[in-house]
Design a protein around this ligand. Structure first.
Ligand code: BGC
Length: 922
């Protein structure tokens, strides 16, 4: 007994706990420190970076009452708890994110170290968090010392439509000496085109396809690398391999539709620019910048195009070219190119990484010498090749998403994306190779020319993506839906590559705005896309048409007028709104605001009596089946939705007049919309599933008719055999509208449906990804003959936007305010599902919601993060039936009963874990 007490006391003291009444309270723990949404970012150029963290803590109703951030110039200062750069002081606030740095001007090329401590609900101080850091990029143009350099490889384009022009990559090198001890070395680098930075024989960093894609006439992103550990005493060699990329290579469908330009949308020759900052122990420093003293050459990379693929002739390797001791006397002087007009800016998004390695699950040989490797799922990325054989052997890799009946890969749906990589052996032992400047959308790799019979090690799949889909979990008693969830994540990963693309395989891969807006909220559930989407919104803002419309895709490299469409252009309002809603980000609203206003004006000008007609490209409810909703209806409904969101965003920005203005615009649109499209019996004039879904979800229905509209929608779905008629726009809104108006059972029926058209149809037909079309493929149609093979992607996330419904309704996790501080837990409990569980890692921490049936009893498990509150909806008004643990809910002090009527009881809970059960009678 004595010993036990001693142990308890020791623990108590070392944990620094405090006692309130009879409760022991353990201090809060601080995790996931982020600057501008990044973990320890290198080279940001935001003058007032924003901090965030996530809190965890034992017990219930825990919250932060104050915080203190300190920023120091060195780890040593930070360890002394000395914020010599900034000390926020104890700040009474429960904010844990979007907290602006409040110190003096931050200095270019400088590292900063920070940590935070918090006080909890009983004013108990936490430990300091772990130390975190960030560094600044180059904030002034005058600090850039480099020239844009490249290598002239000649130009021999003959017929732009009938033959591909694929120039070689260029190699640049510079040898330099460090005679003094280096304290810190940093590289700030970019390229017009793509680059891989090399230092002393190794790639710098672990990202792909740098510097990324922007409208290079407006901005060019650069990267910052800490290279201290890669610098050596004596001779060092910095190298850059550069290739066409989005800057000079083939982009999108230009070749297919024979635009005037098919490549070189921003420039003809790729070039590299950058500098290395060497800071010596003795306090002196030096800059090695790209200039005329560098050397240039060609090398083994003979072709390098994002869409078309790469050709590498290992016989031409200049072995040791990027290391010390290499003789570059045969190399040429570099060619100096003009500086671009676009501003140089640090990449604000997340860079493309290899997020997963895939070993093939099978090899087949559909005809002698043609080997097909199955990687098990449909990804975006590259394949690494391992091969041994005679010098000059040419191994060719082609990529496909599905197989034809004869076992060969289907490439028709790649259209004019050649998607072919070729490796020519040098004939020296085991050779491994992977391309650097291309990527493909594929599950299957076809290998020809392989010397002998390859084994499973010959090919490894490298999944490439700008995001990690690790923010959510979902599982249910219906296995098909669990596979669907995996497929959604796979396809999001495959398409969140620098911009949210429509698809990774064919000659498109554009940042299609309609797809992005429809999927935006789903995207946020599966991954932290805050930085990725911030970058895309800059692209979208840059691409806004001069007359106010947002374009069909961004960046927008083509010179074509009228490239807009209702529901595509609305991405310019819907995506920023979701950034605010999900991440509590008002800075991005500020950034986008002028453009959004201009867009609203463009719509106002195009409208008659508040009805915005269709217009532009009018894609409508793209890829709907058997029902067409008019373009005018789509145009008018999205205009209404925009007005509603604009009012909310104006409010968030404290723009009172605009809040009023857009609020009354919404009312006017709604009135005009109701008069034109909603009949007295609650039907829409269109009477299509999509028309009900959009009008109901966008709040364009008069209150007294909304339920009738929703019932008609349900009736129509039932009459259609519990199946959709909807396309990209209607589908997710059908699900959301059904649940909003009490038709959860039907929503689950659709969710579980396996007959065409449905999600289940793709799953039972073996999909590992989300298809562009409801009927992209069937097992019986392996030749895929009569489908439009040319417009048939197997990796298109638009229909995956059901994830929004899965999280908001099936699991039931949503936010009432911005940024999940006031959480809604309202699972769509239905006898159609036996159990569902899932979690979502919000900006305020992980929210868990699970439910299952035990006879007629519903068992709910809920976890609410520290510093947040949740309204929990229980589908019964019999309060006496509701238990937490095994106690009556009304007897539990921690839980407030807010309301109990209309078939449900709403509880208010603070942070903590709750096991709630209740008898339910539907
Ligand atoms: C793309 C889309 C896009 C559509 C516009 C397609 O080619 O793949 O997903 O939204 O065009 O209609």
């Amino acid at each position: 007994m004595k010993i036990k007490l001693l142990v308890l006391l020791t623990v108590t003291f070392s944990l620094n706990v405090s006692f309130t009444k009879d409760k022991m309270v353990v201090p809060l723990v601080i995790e996931e420190l982020r600057v501008e949404y990044h973990e320890n970012p290198e080279g940001i150029d935001i003058e007032k970076p924003r901090f965030s963290w996530v809190l965890t803590g034992e017990g219930r109703n825990r919250y932060q009452s104050a915080y203190r951030i300190i920023v120091a110039s060195s780890i040593a200062e930070l360890e002394k708890n000395h914020g010599n750069i900034w000390d926020s002081g104890k700040t009474n606030s429960n904010n844990t994110n979007q907290i602006e740095y409040g110190g003096g001007a931050l200095i270019s090329n400088t590292s900063y170290y920070w940590k935070v401590k918090v006080w909890d609900e009983v004013a108990q101080e936490s430990q300091w968090s772990e130390a975190a850091r960030w560094s600044m990029g180059l904030l002034r143009f005058s600090q850039w010392k480099g020239l844009f350099i490249g290598h002239d490889v000649g130009y021999n384009q003959t017929d732009k439509y009938d033959s591909l022009y694929l120039p070689p990559a260029r190699y640049l090198r510079k040898s330099f000496k460090t005679s003094k001890k280096v304290k810190r070395a940093t590289a700030h680098t970019t390229a017009l085109g793509l680059y891989e930075l090399r230092l002393n024989g190794k790639k710098v960093g672990d990202s792909y396809l740098l510097p990324g894609w922007t409208d290079y006439n407006k901005r060019l992103h650069y990267q910052t690398f800490d290279i201290t550990d890669q610098i050596q005493q004596g001779e060092n060699v910095v190298g850059a391999i550069i290739a066409d990329g989005w800057y000079a290579g083939y982009v999108g469908y230009a070749l297919l539709v024979r635009l005037d330009k098919v490549r070189e949308f921003y420039g003809v020759n790729p070039s590299f620019m950058g500098q290395i900052h060497l800071e010596y122990e003795d306090g002196t420093s030096e800059i090695i910048a790209s200039d005329r003293s560098w050397k240039a050459n060609q090398g083994p990379t003979r072709e390098a195009d994002i869409l078309m693929g790469e050709t590498y002739d290992a016989r031409l390797e200049n072995s040791g070219w990027d290391s010390a001791g290499y003789d570059d006397s045969t190399w040429k002087d570099p060619k100096v190119y003009t500086y671009p007009n676009g501003r140089l800016q640090a990449h604000p998004g997340t860079l493309i990484k290899n997020t997963e390695l895939l070993k093939p699950v099978a090899i087949t040989e559909p005809q002698p010498g043609t080997f097909v490797f199955d990687l098990g799922k449909n990804i975006a990325g590259i394949a690494s090749l391992e091969v041994q054989g005679p010098k000059g052997t040419k191994v060719q890799l082609r990529f496909g998403e599905i197989l034809k009946g004869d076992g060969n890969i289907q490439t028709e749906n790649l259209r004019l994306a050649r998607a072919t990589d070729t490796y020519i052996l040098k004939g020296e032992g085991v050779e491994t190779w992977q391309p650097k400047f291309t990527y493909h959308g594929f599950q299957y790799v076809e290998v020809t020319g392989y010397p002998g019979k390859p084994n499973l090690n010959a090919i490894t799949g490298l999944v490439l993506s700008s995001i990690e889909t690790d923010a959510s979990t979902f599982s249910s008693s219906n296995a098909m839906n669990n596979t669907l969830f995996e497929n959604i994540k796979t396809t999001q990963s495959a398409n969140f590559i620098e911009v949210p693309t429509d698809c990774p395989q064919r000659d498109e891969r554009l940042g299609w705005t309609g797809d992005a807006q429809t999927y935006m909220r789903s995207a946020t559930y599966n991954a932290d896309v805050a930085a990725f989407m911030t970058k895309f919104l800059v692209d979208l803002d840059d691409a806004q048409r001069w007359y106010g419309a947002y374009p069909n895709f961004a960046p927008f490299p083509y010179s074509r007028p009228n490239q807009y469409s209702p529901a595509w252009m609305d991405a310019g309002v819907i995506i920023p709104y979701n950034m605010y809603k999900v991440y509590n980000d008002t800075r991005i609203l500020d950034y986008m605001y002028a453009g959004m206003q201009k867009f609203m004006q463009f719509q106002a000008d195009a409208s008659t009596d508040y009805l915005r007609p269709g217009g532009g490209n009018n894609w409508g409810d793209w890829l709907s089946v058997n029902e067409k909703t008019s373009n005018d209806f789509v145009g008018a409904s999205f205009y209404g939705y925009d007005a509603k969101l604009m009012a909310e965003m104006a409010k968030a920005l404290h723009k009172t007049e605009d809040f009023e203005k857009y609020g009354s615009l919404f009312k006017n649109i709604k009135k005009a919309f109701t008069e034109k499209y909603i009949l007295a019996n609650g039907r829409t004039t269109e009477d299509t599933q999509t028309s009900y879904a959009l009008a109901l979800y966008f709040d364009l229905y008069p209150v007294d008719l909304a339920q009738k509209g929703a019932d008609r929608l349900a009736e129509k779905i039932r009459a259609n055999g519990n199946k959709f008629t909807t396309g990209f726009l209607g589908t997710k809104h059908v699900m959301l509208a059904l649940s909003k108006y009490g038709h959860n059972d039907l929503a689950y029926t659709l969710f579980k449906q396996t007959e065409y058209p449905s999600w289940g149809y793709s799953v039972v037909n073996g999909s590992t990804s989300i298809w562009e079309r409801w009927n992209s493929y069937t097992k019986d149609d392996t030749a895929n003959s009569d489908l439009n093979a040319k417009m048939n992607s197997f990796s298109h996330y638009a229909f995956g936007s059901v994830a929004e419904w899965m999280f908001q309704h099936a699991i039931g996790i949503d936010t009432e305010d911005a940024g999940y501080r006031n959480i809604i837990v309202k699972p769509a409990i239905s006898k159609q599902m036996n159990d569902i569980k899932g979690s979502y890692k919000s900006i305020n921490g992980t929210i868990v919601s699970a439910w299952n049936w035990k006879g007629n009893k519903i068992m709910m498990h809920i976890e609410i993060p520290v510093n947040t509150k949740a309204k929990v909806y229980i589908p019964t008004t019999k309060i006496t039936d509701i238990k937490e643990g095994n106690r009556d809910i009304s007897k539990i002090q921690d839980i407030k009963i807010l309301e109990s009527n209309g078939g449900e009881t709403i509880l208010e809970v603070g942070s903590g874990k709750y096991s709630i059960s209740s008898k339910i009678t539907f």
